[in-house]
Design a binder for this molecule. Structure first.
Ligand code: MRU
Length: 350
């Protein structure tokens, strides 16, 4: 399986997701600033993957900072990585976890701090793969045999440390012997569906058909789609879910056509501090992503553009949220806090 992000002695190595699928290139980030740039420019993207990259970025910053400057530099390292993308809560979750460990090591030698922070970043990486496999195991029974699954954006191995959340559920269903076929929305403007989901599933031999975003309603109405499964960037306490722009209309169309709509996400994507999705910050990205495709202009120069990278699907459209600790069903105000408080299951524990 593809390695999205990896810790090496030279630095943090990432597959360059801005270049896929035309070329498979790897980028080595040798400083924490380079990791921050890679997150901002979407060399690495997807909520869990940016969490893992940020944790490795913090570790890299600590390893490369002279011991006498660490006390002063550590807050700057964390703040730089936290300022990259605002919506996916996994980024802040991972940085907070690194911060807590750092604070607990006050008074320890620089060597000990470095070792512990690198080990923690590697643990976040390994846990993410285990979490995705557990999400897959909980979600696979929900995938109907012999029908198609529609997905939006890329919530696969490329969006995580490996295996994927939404695509992890599809992989687990295929591994369990179910006949699965995926409709992948192209996902304008960044084309994660066309470029990444289609590529990743083809690498794995899982049948996939690419459609443009405006075809989703047509296929949901056709009766060929057994369920929709998407990932998430942040889930509020009431179940409202931020995910890639264009997810909300898919959820409404799924409801209109009586097709179950599932969100697959780790517990680290829950933000129980937010009462509803109205409070989730939505990233605005550069206008050029809308006016240009691969550097070629499509629109008249100077046209006004808005480019929100995410939308919020109201909880009422979500059939269930699949996590590594089980499947949450409405009312989510009750089921999500209960899952968040549940003990970590054996297979995911470090
Ligand atoms: O802007 P991106 O590509 O980082 O957005 C990614 C998504 O919206 C994914 O669906 C989400 O992060 C879940 S990834 C397992």
């Amino acid at each position: 399986m593809v390695e999205t992000v990896k810790w090496t002695p030279e630095g943090v190595v990432m597959i360059d997701q801005t270049k896929l699928p035309r070329t498979v290139e790897f980028v080595t980030c040798r400083t924490y600033e380079e990791v921050a740039d890679a997150i901002r420019t979407m060399v690495v993207r997807g909520a869990p993957a940016i969490g893992v990259a940020a944790a490795m970025g913090v570790a890299l910053g600590v390893v490369r900072t002279p011991a006498e400057l660490l006390e002063r530099e550590f807050p700057k390292i964390c703040a730089t990585l936290a300022a990259t993308r605002p919506t996916a809560v996994n980024l802040f979750w991972a940085i907070d976890r690194m911060k807590r460990l750092y604070e607990s090591l006050r008074g320890a030698s620089a060597e000990r701090v470095r070792e512990a922070l690198v080990a923690e970043a590697l643990r976040i990486y390994e846990e993410d793969i285990a979490v995705n496999r557990a999400i897959g195991a909980h979600g696979a029974p929900l995938v109907p045999d012999g029908r198609s699954v529609l997905t939006h954006c890329n919530a696969g191995a490329l969006a995580t440390a490996g295996y994927g959340t939404a695509l992890g559920v599809i992989r687990a269903a295929a591994e369990a012997g179910k006949r699965v076929h995926v409709f992948a929305d192209e996902t304008r403007p960044f084309l994660q569906g066309a470029r990444l989901t289609a590529w990743e599933l083809m690498q794995d031999g899982i049948p996939v058909t690419l459609i443009t975003d405006n075809m989703a309603g047509h296929f949901l109405k056709s009766g060929r789609i057994g369920c929709v499964i998407v990932g998430a960037d942040r889930i509020a306490r009431n179940g409202d879910t931020a995910n890639k722009i264009g997810t909300y209309p898919v959820a409404v169309l799924a409801r209109e056509n009586n097709v179950p709509f599932y969100v697959a996400a780790p517990i680290s994507t829950l933000d129980l501090t937010l009462a509803s999705g109205d409070l989730i910050p939505i990233e605005e990205r550069p206008a050029a992503e809308v006016t240009h495709v691969f550097g070629v202009p499509l629109a008249p120069e100077g046209v006004a553009v808005e480019n929100p990278a995410f939308d919020v699907t109201p909880a009422r459209y979500i059939t269930a949220i699949i996590t590594e600790r089980g499947v949450a069903r409405p009312p989510f105000e009750e089921s999500l806090p209960a899952l968040a408080a549940a003990p970590q299951t054996e297979e995911v524990r470090p």
